[in-house]
Write a protein of this length. Structure first.
Length: 70
């Protein structure tokens, strides 16, 4: 397995990572753990969501535990 294929984009804001929406609400759920974060490989979608939430895009590889600003 090529661990580079596990690399994804996540959203960080104020030291927390976007998990998703609270079910039945428009409220967003955040976590202090990057492993809980919503993940995507679609950079355009990540950019759109980071603009809407005021967060920043981060590259995250859960296999290697690496995290850096995109």
């Amino acid at each position: 397995m090529d661990i580079r294929l596990a690399t994804c984009v996540i959203i960080r804001k104020n030291g927390e990572y976007l998990v998703g929406r609270v079910l039945g609400s428009s409220e967003l759920r955040w976590s202090i753990y990057a492993h809980d974060a919503w993940r995507t490989r679609n950079r355009e979608k990540a950019r759109e969501i980071s603009r809407k939430t005021g967060g920043i895009e981060m590259l995250f590889n859960p296999v290697a535990g690496q995290l850096r600003i995109l």
